[in-house]
Ligand binder design. Structure first.
Ligand SMILES: [Zn+2]
Length: 62
Protein backbone atom coordinates (compact mmCIF):
# COMPACT_ATOMS: atom_id res chain seq x y z
CA UNK A 1 0.00 0.00 0.00
CA UNK A 2 1.25 3.43 -0.91
CA UNK A 3 0.01 6.90 -0.19
CA UNK A 4 -1.34 7.06 -3.74
CA UNK A 5 -3.96 4.49 -2.75
CA UNK A 6 -5.53 6.94 -0.36
CA UNK A 7 -8.60 8.68 -1.67
CA UNK A 8 -10.48 11.64 -0.34
CA UNK A 9 -14.15 12.55 -0.52
CA UNK A 10 -14.53 14.57 -3.72
CA UNK A 11 -17.05 16.94 -2.15
CA UNK A 12 -15.77 16.95 1.40
CA UNK A 13 -15.85 20.73 1.46
CA UNK A 14 -19.59 20.63 0.91
CA UNK A 15 -20.38 17.72 3.21
CA UNK A 16 -17.71 17.67 5.90
CA UNK A 17 -15.71 19.98 8.09
CA UNK A 18 -12.51 18.29 7.04
CA UNK A 19 -11.24 15.96 4.29
CA UNK A 20 -12.56 12.41 4.69
CA UNK A 21 -9.99 9.88 3.56
CA UNK A 22 -10.71 6.34 2.47
CA UNK A 23 -9.13 3.45 0.63
CA UNK A 24 -12.37 2.68 -1.19
CA UNK A 25 -14.11 4.26 -4.17
CA UNK A 26 -16.70 6.04 -2.11
CA UNK A 27 -16.68 8.29 0.91
CA UNK A 28 -17.54 6.25 4.01
CA UNK A 29 -19.18 9.27 5.59
CA UNK A 30 -21.49 10.55 2.84
CA UNK A 31 -21.33 7.81 0.20
CA UNK A 32 -20.13 10.23 -2.45
CA UNK A 33 -17.30 9.70 -4.87
CA UNK A 34 -13.82 9.42 -3.46
CA UNK A 35 -10.96 10.65 -5.60
CA UNK A 36 -7.22 10.21 -5.43
CA UNK A 37 -5.89 12.58 -2.82
CA UNK A 38 -2.76 13.14 -4.87
CA UNK A 39 -3.19 15.82 -7.56
CA UNK A 40 -0.52 14.02 -9.60
CA UNK A 41 -3.29 11.82 -10.99
CA UNK A 42 -4.97 14.79 -12.60
CA UNK A 43 -2.21 17.23 -13.46
CA UNK A 44 -0.60 15.04 -16.12
CA UNK A 45 -3.92 14.06 -17.64
CA UNK A 46 -5.42 17.49 -18.19
CA UNK A 47 -2.55 18.98 -20.23
CA UNK A 48 -2.22 15.82 -22.30
CA UNK A 49 -5.96 15.68 -22.85
CA UNK A 50 -5.97 19.28 -23.97
CA UNK A 51 -2.99 18.61 -26.21
CA UNK A 52 -4.70 15.63 -27.80
CA UNK A 53 -7.91 17.55 -28.37
CA UNK A 54 -6.03 20.39 -30.02
CA UNK A 55 -3.94 18.02 -32.13
CA UNK A 56 -7.00 16.08 -33.21
CA UNK A 57 -8.96 19.22 -34.05
CA UNK A 58 -6.00 20.60 -35.97
CA UNK A 59 -5.46 17.34 -37.86
CA UNK A 60 -9.15 17.12 -38.73
CA UNK A 61 -9.15 20.67 -40.03
CA UNK A 62 -6.11 20.05 -42.17
ZN1 LIG B 1 -17.95 12.56 1.94
Amino acid sequence: MTTSDIRVCADWRAHHDRPVYTLGDTCPACGGDAVQSSPARYNPEDPYGEYRRRAKRRAGRD
